[in-house]
Design a protein around this ligand. Structure first.
Ligand SMILES: C[S@@+](CC[C@H](N)C(=O)[O-])C[C@H]1O[C@@H](n2cnc3c(N)ncnc32)[C@H](O)[C@@H]1O
Length: 244
């Protein structure tokens, strides 16, 4: 996750923009403590790093390694269980999971906003925009259904149904604009300073399929095997023009 520059850079930029020498920062779901470390690097006076899992021990070691141990106070607990010694000016988190409304993300943000954030405090992220699009990606489809392909001759229809109607982020980084069947549309705007419930209002998004031949032509064709780097993504083979 730390190597994911598209995710990390905006966090670093946002933290740098709001932190001053008087700032108190709360890092919720600190894990390795990357946001807490950045907050110290950008000059925060005090940082609270809260993490429910054992990863907090690594965060402590990294704080020591960077000379920030005096400014970071660690809590191995959920943010919803703790009371801070002082309110935070900045709360930073990435608890989104597969999608922002999932898990306990939104209830944790609502609780943090209500109990841990001081007056005029800032939330990072401030908002999320969820986009939706139809894609054609036979390589993802095959990969998702592979575990249910009659293992040991057993029938797995019920499990297939769940997989086909569920959510997965596995290998979605392999999708490119070539996989899109339609223009992406905004599905939801989540404003973390105002959101009141993890249950998003129903939104209808309409798509129109133009023609069957359009669908059969969207996959890359004529890719030579020597263009491919194989094995990088499990059994999915990716070539210069896409994955198959
Ligand atoms: C996706 S990781 C993010 C790690 C790190 N902040 C980063 O951005 O690289 C989310 C972490 O949040 C922790 N977590 C989720 N909800 C939490 C909560 N309410 N309080 C404390 N930790 C939480 C999980 O244990 C997990 O380690």
């Amino acid at each position: 996750m730390i190597a994911d520059q598209a995710r990390m850079d905006p966090y670093a930029v946002a933290l740098k923009a709001v932190i001053n020498p008087d700032s108190v920062v709360l890092d919720i779901g600190a894990a390795t403590g990357i946001h807490a470390l950045l907050a110290c690097k950008f000059g925060a006076r005090k940082v609270f790093a809260v993490e429910g899992s054992e990863a907090i021990h690594l965060a402590r070691d990294l704080a020591r390694e960077n000379g920030f141990e005096d400014r970071i106070q660690f809590f191995q607990d959920l943010s919803t269980n703790i009371t801070l010694p002082e309110p935070a000016d900045v709360i930073v988190s990435d608890l989104r999971g597969v999608l922002p409304p999932f898990d306990n993300h939104i209830p944790s943000i609502i609780d943090a906003r209500t109990r841990h954030l001081g007056p005029d405090g800032r939330l990072i992220p401030k908002s999320d925009t969820l986009w939706a699009a139809l894609v054609s990606a036979p390589f993802l489809y095959k990969e998702l259904l592979k575990p249910w392909d009659s293992p040991y001759g057993l029938k797995m229809k019920a499990a297939k149904e769940i997989t086909l109607n569920g959510w997965s982020a596995d290998n979605t980084d392999l999708l490119t604009s070539r996989n899109l069947l339609v223009e992406p549309q905004i599905w939801f705007e989540l404003d973390y300073s105002a959101v009141k419930s993890p249950h998003l209002d129903r939104v209808d998004i309409r798509y129109r399929a133009e023609s069957p031949s359009f669908f059969s032509n969207v996959q890359p064709k004529g890719v030579r095997s020597n263009d491919c780097r194989s094995g990088t993504h499990g059994s999915i083979r990716c070539c210069s023009e896409g994955c198959d």
